[in-house]
Design a protein around this ligand. Sequence first.
Ligand SMILES: Nc1nc2c(c(=O)[nH]1)N[C@H]1C(S)=C(S)[C@@H](COP(=O)(O)OP(=O)(O)OC[C@H]3O[C@@H](n4cnc5c(=O)[nH]c(N)nc54)[C@H](O)[C@@H]3O)O[C@H]1N2
Ligand SMILES: Nc1nc2c(c(=O)[nH]1)N[C@H]1C(S)=C(S)[C@@H](COP(=O)(O)OP(=O)(O)OC[C@H]3O[C@@H](n4cnc5c(=O)[nH]c(N)nc54)[C@H](O)[C@@H]3O)O[C@H]1N2
Ligand code: SF4
Ligand SMILES: [Mo]
Length: 891
Amino acid sequence: MRDAPATGVRTACPYCGVGCGVLAGVAEDGAVTVRGDPEHPANFGRLCSKGAALGETTGIDGRLLSPEIGGRQASWDEALDLVASRFAQTIATHGPDAVAFYVSGQLLTEDYYVANKLMKGFIGSGNIDTNSRLCMASSVAGHKRAFGEDIVPGVYEDLEQADLVVLTGSNLAWCHPILHQRLLAARRTRGTKIVVVDPRRTATADDCDLHLAIDPGTDVKLFNGLLAHLERSGAVDPGFVAASTAGFAEAVAIAGADAPSPAHVAAACGVAEVDVRAFYDLFAATERSVTVYSQGVNQSAHGTDKVNAIINCHLATGRIGRPGMGPFSVTGQPNAMGGREVGGLANQLAAHMGFDRPDDVDRVARFWNAPSAARTAGLKAVDLFRAVGDGRVKALWIMGTNPAVSMPDAARVRSALRACEFVVVSDVTHTDTTRHADVLLPAAAWGEKSGMVTNSERRMSRQRAFLAPPGDARPDWRIVCDVAQRMGFGDAFDFDDPAAIFREHAALSAFENDGARLFDIGALASMGDADYERFAPTHWPQPRHGDASQRLLAGGRFPTPDGRARFVAVRQEGPALAVDAARPIALNTGRARDQWHTMNRTGRVPRLMANAPEPVIEIAPEDAARQGLAEGDLAHVSSRYGFARARVGLSKGQKPGTAFLPMHWSGRFAAQAGAGALSSPLTDPFSGQPELKHVPVSIRREAVAWTGVLITRRDLRPTGFVHWSRRPVESGWIYALCGTETPDQGILLSRQLLGAIARDQLVEYTDRRGLTYRAATLDEAGALADALLVAPPGQLPSLDWLASLLGSRAPLRPAERMALLSGRSPVPMPAVGRIVCACHTVGVTQIAAAVAGGCRSIEAIGESTRAGTNCGSCRSEIRTMIDEARLQAAE
Ligand SMILES: Nc1nc2c(c(=O)[nH]1)N[C@H]1C(S)=C(S)[C@@H](COP(=O)(O)OP(=O)(O)OC[C@H]3O[C@@H](n4cnc5c(=O)[nH]c(N)nc54)[C@H](O)[C@@H]3O)O[C@H]1N2
Ligand SMILES: Nc1nc2c(c(=O)[nH]1)N[C@H]1C(S)=C(S)[C@@H](COP(=O)(O)OP(=O)(O)OC[C@H]3O[C@@H](n4cnc5c(=O)[nH]c(N)nc54)[C@H](O)[C@@H]3O)O[C@H]1N2
Ligand code: SF4
Ligand SMILES: [Mo]
């Protein structure tokens, strides 16, 4: 890690919803340096492994540098004219609902605002949806049912002021690492109890007092049981329930019928009764309780009910809106919250207004002076891509998201994109989605664009540019405004800069808002350009007059017509698709520690790829044994929607009958390893969010006959392989290859990938039986350019040395040349092994050596190797290594 200067441009991290402040600078040699902003109230100077590696993602390698039409370079004028005219023609012939936008929680608020304004206000269709449909939609729907508005009441300090934090369906340690570190620090001084509810034993579950490994999808049962227990044990706050809520009696009666006893809940959720009782007693007895939830709750065909089952328990105890208390849906993307403010979901209007209220529709239309504004909700993501597939939507503009990978039933989404008459994609790089674009628009990336983002605790922070966009790249808001202007809506999109857009967004939040909508940032509507530039992280609401307190829903008033919150009576229902004999395993998908979504940025950083370098499906040892699968085998996984291949990883943290595949692997980093191809498009009836956490699959072993590895400086696209994956190393890539063909065919395929190389540059070797092949090429200076090794499974050497030769770019010494084809260093080199600590690049072998040398605590390992001393995300893995060593010593 390179140390950043003490000063720099104050900006915000573009990854998760914690929303950490970053100080970014450009060193004299042009390298971008980053460090945590000590003054930012989300992180107080800390960054996780992904944030700390931001400086390594800003290069122009792989960037889109100019607009493209049908694969050829074009000018902005030509591209923008074409987009505007094709959209206008489609609307003129087929009506406004024949076009759509699919956007992203990674856009800045200003980008998002103008995209929504163009579609809903001026094109006059509700057809703008966002990847937040796959992410936060169930929380939004649950909040609206309970509170009348999409309100996250709490702030991060609540996690530090609580005595009990329940983390359900959240792998906070990996997905919101800095917030998790804040919680753990508070726990050290306060003794906070942590309960984790997750079918998997995650890194988060490694640091808790109680882990309830419930069966997938049984959350409603667990929380219904809790509500019934709170009532039985006298933990309900009758004053709050009477004064501030409605529907308690019915909700508690149904919960009691659905989950009559801890014994029943234990059996239904597949956990021990003593653990259920322990959780219920702890919750009943602890006033300062926060329940944090995320995708294990939202990404379900009953996600909205799960959200309300949780909120019900907080309403019953009056634990909401007060210090150290409340339900807390943590947002995933950096501006998921901002997207909800501008109304980016197809069933929302701007500024927390809704299509379900005619006054709101009219108000937004008047504010925008847009008489033909949309009056009805548009298509939600899964339905939207269906409509694209069957030709109802004929022109689609995708911005800042990669649906060919991240949508469920991804094969169908790809064929919809292929079938669509006109696809526009705005991105910063080529992706699996850009392959389907008729027009490709190069967007300015993080560090090059300016605007606002809002984090999980409703805190707005500025992203600020500190680099010039490369080539012709432009910020998204400008691209949208340019198209709007060409479609004849110039007056409404005549913005000079993001500040002007933000002021309009703030003004709309306050427009005819007498306090009925809590999202009110009217005080910012008159902010001058200089104040916008200086804007320090601030919570909303920020009304012109009235209450700007940080915690919302305090005092027992809710933004419903009668001011009362609603209990929602819910019943446990099964997952949308049940496992059966043909597909006996419930596949769960989610995140790895150091990767961001479809890897377009984090997949290019060697140290972020080093912890989990290949696509791995985690399976319980019992299930693996039944299927004849061993660690490292290649598995063929299939659901009713499609298939994927990944390496087998045996994991005791996986419940028998379940498996876990990371969502990250796109076609740019592996062959057919995408979770989206397997995932289910069946959705929650209220939120439209798909059940990404549960799909029945069968898993079988592929008989691998040969394995290979290519270390190369070149960015290649393997084709024809049963399986490959790649990871970056310094100065190049490592491709892991394998196949079910005969070894000689494997050698042939691999040599084709190596390509035609002049014979004088090539050294090669094939064994007599034709099972092993080794080749290496050197550049003019005599440094290693490529190395290809093919061998029967299990017989490839360690790659540390060859990778280091590639990285050094130094001419090889004679001894090194001699050793090249063996792949083994002529002199012993310190082994690193798979990287555990991505911040300080410390590997398994180094940590194991420190443990063997007597280090028996995470702190001791940190002192000896530096591992675990920066962001802390790897501490649970280090602890597991120490524990395993202890166990072995005891045996
Ligand atoms: N490293 C990293 N961090 C990220 C991201 C990333 O790509 N990489 N993405 C960001 C985004 S956009 C998001 S939305 C967040 C997501 O953050 P999280 O929601 O914390 O992450 P996931 O891994 O998707 O899922 C969380 C957990 O839900 C569990 N789960 C599955 N089924 C169930 C169930 O039925 N009940 C319960 N209670 N739990 C279940 C899974 O086992 C998993 O451990 O992360 C953000 N942070
Ligand atoms: N199976 C399965 N699928 C899932 C999930 C899961 O848990 N399991 N999780 C879901 C969730 S919660 C989410 S949030 C989604 C995320 O899924 P996606 O949104 O598809 O994932 P990203 O890889 O973040 O895609 C963002 C794209 O925006 C581009 N980009 C970056 N900066 C900019 C910019 O400034 N402007 C523009 N125009 N483009 C930019 C990036 O290059 C990248 O291609 O995946 C969902 N899909
Ligand atoms: S926790 Fe990590 S990924 Fe999330 S905002 Fe902070 S530095 Fe970025
Ligand atoms: Mo997300």
